[in-house]
Design a protein around this ligand. Structure first.
Ligand code: G3I
Length: 730
């Protein structure tokens, strides 16, 4: 039980770690999309027969969506396959599902070149009919479908995909013959573009109040956008009742960018005040549009970086949709889950996976911050203090935004692993010179952050910054300024100690081990001993441990342990002491085995090999009441396990985002003079406060710190060291 509690406290420390520690995260926890967007636009989904009959799927629909579209059942060829033959079965079931659950529908679609009631073009002998006959049949079809469902429908895709794609414009190109902007469908060949006007006329007759939409794909392609604009404007100027434009939104993880999308929305807003995003999904390849060119293929897992690209693309698209909520009235996902997708599961295109489990993209779409939406970062960016000499980028601004710049002309994607919480990182965009730039979507937590670049799936360091050991490798690092940073700033007006790297043979691990040792200014000076004789001053020792993925360089470098000590000593806040920062054998740890983590190996190395080495080679006071142990994150777990198992070694214990002690766990209360516990306020502050209160109530000298505005990161631990140090060895 105790170990699970410890594991839980550690996991509680950083939720993102939970996925890392193999704990499934329920991204659907929280309000539904329809509620998160109630002040913006309705959120819809296209459904098939399975989606409205399976309880798991209907529960998702009822929670998440305020609009439903029949993916295929209402299409002319499906619902009216032959003259006088109506196939209302599934069509009615979907309508009734919505009526029973108070969900409004988008009617898709009344007139389209695909899945159409092709019998309308021919007579009983198969001969082509006159357009008047076609119109009569189309009118009867539209009136029948509209009158059957207009009670539950708020908008109709009256005509779908009547305009030519850019690549069609050149097919059959004949010199001197102006290519037609229209798709050369049977409708167009029989009627020209008049069939569009007729279809809207018939729909308005049947539904005087419904919103009548012209729906198409690739609306962000400049040529197609203008063809749609010109057609709708011409129709509306001629009095054709087109109320709005449907942008299908069959996009991909690379395309479109915000600028292309906004250009289309702004252009269409010149002629309509209703735009629906009618069929949103994001392919994980470079294909887009309503046609399927690449094969579906068997489902295979999506590489993590592509998941990040998709999450980022959804975040960017929805940010644009929110910005244009004045004209964007609905956003509909084309299918409920990857399993249902016309694109095939292999594209992983939707926020629900093939098992109807919500993905992080759902959380990212839902948990937007309207303040950040409207906020433009202050343009007072300066090169980061952690940059390599002469490197301008990365930059940070006074608000904590970070801006990155990477040259990779032939890359398809560049992702910085640093970004808003809960997001997979910041996705950069390439300009025409092959330079990728990007700014975090919001201010970063203050303090130090490890990060790396993922370029087309490959992991690299940012050539602009120095490297820091974290995540079991040398990573890039960036420092976000903070108001109270003076306590770890280099002060030229004080004396400074030094940090020595020591190596020692470890029999237990069978190899040389390394530690960094901070020695306070004046180390080695002679002082009058108790016996009045001059002797070299001896010092208490703090054994200070790093976290998983780090090593003995982490506290001295990104932890700024030496500067924190120098400043505290110079300000007379502490008496000098030695700090030993050794490698904690943490990095062979396998995630998901936290329950079995014992730190036995490090206990042996620390107590049987390192401490004897330090006491033999440095001027230490080699007894428990002059020896402290503290650690961050996994180093905190090690500290708790070892101090409770070996209370005879250390007199002062510190856990920094590394769990908590409960009084009943400490078998020898007299064994410890002081306990420190700390974490960031974005971790588990209640756990820390409750534990410190309980320890004090049980008579222990305990102290806690909750670091303001930080999470599981080094500024939390710098502040903890600064506070804890002032109570050690007293
Ligand atoms: O209904 C027949 C069924 O009787 C037969 O057994 C089965 C065997 O293949 O086919 C069924 O028809 C399929 C139909 O979906 C219903 O499931 C067609 O083969 C299949 O091609 C059709 O695909 C639909 C496609 O439109 C047709 O173009 C997709 O599911 C649907 O997602 C897709 O949706 C379109 C939008 O309506 C308009 N915009 C583009 C979007 C994607 O293409």
């Amino acid at each position: 039980m105790k170990k699970i509690f410890l594991a839980l406290s550690l996991v509680a420390v950083s939720m993102s770690a939970s996925a890392q520690w193999g704990r499934p995260v329920d991204y659907a926890a929280g309000p539904g999309l329809k509620d998160a967007y109630k002040d913006y636009f309705t959120i819809g989904v296209a459904v098939n027969k399975f989606n409205i009959s399976d309880p798991v799927q209907t529960a998702i629909i009822k929670k998440q969506f305020s609009s439903v579209t029949a993916e295929n059942a209402w299409k002319p060829g499906e619902i009216h396959p032959k003259e006088g033959v109506w196939n209302f079965g599934l069509a009615d079931s979907i309508a009734n599902f919505c009526r029973e659950n108070g969900i409004k529908m988008r009617g898709h679609c009344l007139c389209w070149h695909s899945q159409f009631a092709d019998w309308m073009f021919t007579d009983k002998k198969g001969k082509p009919v006159k357009k008047e006959v076609f119109y009569q049949r189309l009118r009867e079809h539209i009136h029948t479908v509209v009158n059957r469902y207009k009670d539950v429908v708020y908008a109709w895709d009256v005509v779908n995909e009547a305009m030519a794609d850019d690549n069609m414009m050149f097919r059959g190109f004949r010199p001197g013959v102006k290519p037609s902007p229209y798709r050369q469908s049977r409708h167009f060949e029989l009627c020209g573009d008049e069939f569009i006007a007729k279809a809207f006329e018939f729909a308005r007759e049947a539904d005087p109040t419904g919103v009548l939409i012209y729906n198409d794909y690739s609306c962000v392609d400049e040529g197609k956008r203008e063809r749609i604009y010109n057609m709708v404007k011409k129709m509306k100027d001629a009095g054709v009742p087109i109320d709005g434009i449907g942008m299908q939104g069959h996009y991909n993880i690379y395309f479109p960018d915000e600028d292309q999308l906004e250009k289309a929305i702004n252009r269409f807003s010149e002629i309509v005040n209703i735009i629906h995003i009618t069929e949103l999904d994001l392919r994980t390849n470079t294909e887009s549009g309503g046609q399927l060119m690449f094969s579906r293929g068997e489902a295979k897992p999506l590489p993590a970086y592509m998941q990040t690209l998709q999450e980022d693309q959804y975040a960017r698209l929805f940010k644009v949709f929110r910005k244009h909520k004045d004209v964007i009235k609905n956003v509909t996902f084309w299918n409920l889950s990857d399993k249902d997708s016309w694109l095939g599961t292999n594209n992983h295109p939707l926020p629900f996976d093939e098992n109807f489990k919500a993905k992080r993209s759902l959380q990212i779409i839902r948990d937007f911050d309207p303040v950040l939406d409207a906020h433009q970062p202050k343009e007072d960016f300066v090169p980061n203090s952690m940059n390599q000499p002469g490197q301008e980028y990365p930059m940070v601004n006074s608000e904590g935004y970070a801006r990155f710049r990477v040259e990779a002309p032939d890359a398809k994607s560049v992702i910085v692993s640093l970004g808003l919480g809960g997001r997979g990182g910041t996705v950069l965009r390439k300009d025409k010179n092959g330079v990728w730039t990007g700014t975090t979507d919001g201010p970063m937590d203050p303090g130090f952050h490890y990060y790396h670049l993922t370029i087309d799936g490959g992991v690299f360091n940012d050539p602009g910054t120095n490297n820091y050991f974290g995540s079991c490798r040398w990573e890039s690092g960036i420092e976000i300024p903070v108001a109270d940073q003076d306590f770890y700033a280099y002060r030229k007006d004080i004396n400074h100690g030094n940090i020595q790297q020591v190596t020692f043979w470890s029999e237990s691990t069978g190899k040389m081990q390394t530690a960094n040792v901070y020695l306070p200014y004046g180390y080695g000076k002679m002082v009058k001993g108790k016996n009045g004789k001059m002797t070299q001053e001896r010092y208490p020792v703090l054994y200070l441990q790093h976290g998983w993925g780090e090593n003995e360089t982490s506290w001295p470098v990104q932890g700024k342990a030496g500067l924190i000590m120098d400043n505290l000593i110079a300000d007379g806040k502490i008496k000098p002491f030695i700090v030993v920062m050794a490698y904690g054998l943490t990095n062979d740890f396998k995630f998901g085995t936290i329950g079995r983590f014992e730190a036995k190996e490090f206990e042996k190395l620390l107590i049987d090999e390192l401490i004897p080495h330090i006491d033999k080679n440095f001027l230490t006071k080699a007894d428990k009441w002059n020896r402290a142990m503290a650690g961050l994150s996994m180093g905190g777990m090690e500290t708790k396990l070892i101090t409770l198992r070996r209370p005879e070694v250390f007199g002062y214990w510190g856990l920094l985002s590394g769990g908590t002690y409960m009084p009943e766990e400490i078998k020898a209360p007299k064994a410890v003079k002081y306990i420190f516990e700390g974490c960031g306020d974005k971790e588990n502050p209640e756990g820390i406060n409750k534990s410190v209160e309980a320890l004090k109530a049980a008579g222990f000298k305990a102290e806690g710190l909750v670091s303001e505005g930080t999470a599981h990161e080094f500024l939390t631990w710098r502040r903890c060291l600064e506070k804890m140090a002032q109570s050690l060895f007293k």
